[in-house]
Design a protein around this ligand. Sequence first.
Ligand SMILES: [Zn+2]
Length: 318
Amino acid sequence: MTKDLTTISRRSLMGAAAALPLAAAATGVSTGAATAAGHGGGAPMPKSRSFKLGDFSVTTLLDGSVSRDGVKDIFGGNASDEAFAQVSAENFISAEAAQFYFTPTLVDTGSELILFDTGLGRGGIVAALAEAGVTPDQIDVVVLTHMHPDHIGGLMTDGAATFANARYVTGSTEYNFWSKMEAGNRVGDLVAKNVTPLAEKMAFIEDGASVSSGITAMEAFGHTPGHMTFMLESGGRQLVLTADLANHYVWSFAHPEWVVSFDSDKDMATASRRKILGMLAADQVPMIGYHMPFPAAGFVAPRGDGFRYVPVSYQLMG
Ligand SMILES: [Zn+2]
């Protein structure tokens, strides 16, 4: 039996080797055909990915993804065309267009389910949670890192709270800024519609506040006036939810000083990037960034005067 199998497998190996040039050519053709016809026969891209951090289970949830052009104006406002093109080429990406990702994160502490940000409000977060086996009514706490529409859009569904049993946590500086905005401001109007109705169930926090045991707020102002990041600590391990601290995995890391159109205070945003990315690089602490390519988890390495984002592979599996 064993002998037969060995013979067969040896024979097929030789056959495979002999046929290699043809097989390689055929593979090339079929890959191209599959891409043209819709790769994978329409199999959906995974929307949830779970990591272990001590006793915490940390799940990134893909709310949505879109491609955008005009990216030099968005991520390299003060960069030369040459420098922007060079960094893009060195990292094998286009300097003309980019894929955007929107990735809330769910932390299961063992006693609470804590959701960080809620997506664009087009149902993506509920679908991603369903893939992770969680229904919206199971969410105990919703944390808002800041109040841009792609983070608060999913708070309400048809005028009612999406997460019916949740309490809420957000930065006081952030809420005070947007809730006092006059009508007609796009973000202020959405805050009035989606956030203010929930204010009585909301805790307003400052830098260093504890959201839950092992989860601590760290201010990272600049992207918005009260933008917050969060340190997760469990079982002697750390991970930082960096939210919108750095919004492109190549450009914002390689050149933290490059002006990003989405940042409200450009200098403060750069200072926050340098400070927190520097800390993550020095301590080799992993991060999850809301707009990093899914599954949105990585490490930060020094690179010249800036940094390099290194996506997680299998480091956070257990
Ligand atoms: Zn955002």
